[in-house]
Each structure stands twice: as C-alpha cells, then as structure tokens.
Design a protein around this ligand. Structure first.
Ligand code: ADP
Ligand code: MG
Ligand code: MG
Length: 244
C-alpha cells in the first residue's frame, strides 16, 4: 500500500506563511500532477512532505499509509518510503553515483549492506533502460551533468530505491523531447500497486507521456482546483488566470 493523506497543511519558510491549508489525498497506485504558476508553493509542498527542516509546519498532518509522519526527520521519512527528486539536484564531486545509490539502499535496509553484485547488475539494467552512459556509475554524484542528465539520474535513483511515494519536482524542466520520453518511460515503469506519485510541473507536455489520474492546481499556497487529466489540457489553452 502507498497512500498519502495531507490535511490542512500550513507551512512557513523564513517566517512567511507559504502553504495556507493544503489538503491532498493520493491513493495507492495513483499518479497525481500538481500544477500552478511559479512561486505558488509547489516546491514548498514537495520539500515539506520530504521533511526538509527549513520548512516549518505550523498546522496540519502528513500521513503515509497509517503512519503520521508530520514530525519525522528526513531520513526517517526516506526509510518510510518517501523519495524526492529535487527541482535542483545536488552535485557532490567526492561520491560516485553508484556509491550514493548503494548507500541509500543500505540505509533503507536498516543499515545492512545490500549485496554489491546483484546491486550492480540491477543498476546496469536500469541504466540501460534509461539510456544512461556506462561511465555514469563511477562519476561524481551529478558532477558535470547537464540538466537533462541530472533529471534522468533522479529517475534512476527512484527506480533503484522503489519508494512508496515519489515526489518529482519539475522533473521535466530543461529536458529535450527525447530525454522527456525517457523520463516518462521510467515513471510509467513504476506505476502500479505500492507506488504513488506526485509530479510537480508547470507544463502539460510531460502529461502527454505520463497520464495523471488526478490533476491539482495550486495558487497562493492552496489547491484551488482538482480534476482529471483533461484539466491540464484545459490549462494549456486558457492559462492559470482564467480558472474558476
Ligand atoms: P513554486 O515551486 O510553486 O515555484 P516555491 O515553493 O518555490 O514555489 O516558493 C513559494 C514561495 O516561498 C516563494 O515566495 C518563495 O520565494 C518562497 N520560498 C520557497 N522556498 C524558500 C526558501 N528556502 N527560503 C526563502 N523563501 C522560500
Ligand atoms: Mg518555481
Ligand atoms: Mg518549484
């Protein structure tokens, strides 16, 4: 099971109230899109679900399956099965991509080392599925990666970690059409029981390749409209200004 429930979430950043009562429910197996103009709080919601301590929860609850995770630390949330692909993935020169994913898997495994050979085999299979170059595994984490490579790397991490809830914050930004299709292929491969997903995006384009079950529109720190995949198509035509 992978069900997320958010109730009346109010979040402040650096003393400013940014999220002002967000309610959201993602059922097991569902992929939701969260859309909305720049600066409306989409990344704030993403970071808050993951547990970034800069985002201060003033009110509300975040529940994964039957566990209230509102007070958990970021590593505890990761172990509970939450994964965030950040809008701007971090670069770390001193740790390789393969070591980073292996360490994350070990953490998920209560600190016990995941056997290296099967790990490397699966990593190779998924790299090939996502058309990632072979030298990638030994390169520094996101070091000297193009924007598109970083986004593909986030999808690789997701596929290796197999989270219950994946939050993908603008995973489509800066991608050319070929990279976009590969990213979409990775997300679609995860679709199914025990996986739920929140895809944050400004644009309809990604949603042509990953059809969302539900689309939400966020404005000024609130979800102001929820609908099906057709809502994203309507937004593409009318823009956010004419929503009602
Ligand atoms: P979106 O992802 O929808 O573009 P954000 O969640 O990034 O919106 O930003 C919402 C508001 O919160 C903006 O006014 C932004 O300036 C502010 N904000 C977000 N994160 C931070 C932060 N770490 N420090 C200060 N202000 C922030
Ligand atoms: Mg933004
Ligand atoms: Mg953002």
């Amino acid at each position: 099971m992978a069900k997320l429930v958010i109730k009346n979430l109010r979040v402040a950043v650096a003393g400013d109230l940014i999220l002002n009562g967000v309610d959201l429910e993602i059922n097991d197996g569902e992929i939701h899109a969260l859309m909305g103009p720049n600066g409306t709080g989409k990344s704030t919601l993403s970071e808050t679900i993951m547990g970034n301590p800069r985002y201060q929860i003033c009110d509300g609850q975040i529940i994964l399956n039957d566990m209230d995770i509102t007070e958990l630390m970021v590593d505890e949330r990761a172990r509970a099965g939450i994964f965030l692909a950040m809008q701007y993935p971090t670069e770390v020169a001193g740790i390789s991509n393969a070591d980073f994913i292996h360490a994350a898997l070990n953490a998920q495994n209560d600190g016990k080392s995941v056997p290296v050979l099967p790990f490397l085999k699966e990593l190779e299979e998924k790299m090939s599925f996502l058309e990632i170059a072979e030298d990638y595994a030994d390169r520094g984490l996101n070091a000297d990666f193009s924007g598109g490579e970083k986004k593909r790397n986030e999808i690789l991490q997701m596929m290796m970690l197999k989270p219950k809830l994946a939050i993908l914050d603008e995973i489509d930004s800066g991608l050319d059409i070929d990279a976009l299709k590969i990213v979409a292929k990775g997300i679609n491969a995860m679709r199914g029981r025990n996986f739920s997903c929140l895809m944050v995006t400004h644009y309809q384009r990604l949603l042509n390749y990953v059809i969302p079950d539900v689309v939400h529109v966020m404005m000024d720190g609130k979800i102001i409209k929820t609908g099906g995949a057709e809502l994203a198509k309507q937004l593409e035509k009318t823009g956010y200004g004419n929503l009602n």
